[in-house]
Design a protein around this ligand. Sequence first.
Ligand SMILES: [Zn+2]
Length: 292
Amino acid sequence: MKKISIYIIFVLISTMCFICLGCESSNKDKNLYKTKIGNIIVWNIMDSKTEESTDIFKGDDKLVKETYPNGKYTSYVNFFVVKTPRSINLIDTGLGNIDMKTTLSSVGVTPDEIDSVYITHIHPETVGGLIKEDKAVFPNSKIYVSFSEDEYILGKKDDDPNKILYKKIEKIYGKKITNFRSDAEDSRNPITSIASYGHTGGHTLYRIESKNEILYILGGIFTDLNLQTKNPKISSTTDDDQERATSARQDILDLIESEEYPTKCTGTHFPFPGIAKIEKVKNGEYKYTLEQ
Ligand SMILES: [Zn+2]
């Protein structure tokens, strides 16, 4: 397996944050789901759910047709609130389709209280929620974008829509955008990053560990969990480099398999409620079970 290095991201915010557990919504809300990893609370927030064409999937037409005979699959966009004992963080921000203030109040936080936003990659479905009407939605947050993703996006042509979006975000957040190395190692903090290039050139995964429990937040590495666990070699045209994305997907499945403690995973496009256990069925084939 290709070596994937893990890097703990910085000392999390020094201020102790009051977490209003009494204000939280229940798990019954249609776009919110709460899970716990040790003493860390993670909320999956579903930003959107749409029917899309399966034409984007390449590599196993037979399986695609068998799984989705009408040529449509359900595409989800999720992002995550991660409450550690010391800080309140977001992993990505969704498209910005939902009212952020109202949604976050359902999980007991306000946009002003978000200490850090960790970005997996620069696509509209992960950074769209950072801004609204050309203003910062999270004025007090640091926005973490890996050096490699920053370089990759800024290296694109000036008319690339993702570069235009990122430059707009950079202008609005200024020095609050913090770049970090996703491929260096450390091991002190509960949120770690993993370089996993392919979906974009600097795509970054996050791993959360607390009290012998683990959660991987896999960004855009799975476009459709159903197809790509049955056959991880199925690629998607939404991957900038389909070959590299396929190899990154296989690497992460191996990494999850090798974990010593109970391990869950989730991702930008995981089907709601979005928290899954992935197990190997046989070589090259996996299955997932959603937490309910
Ligand atoms: Zn993406």
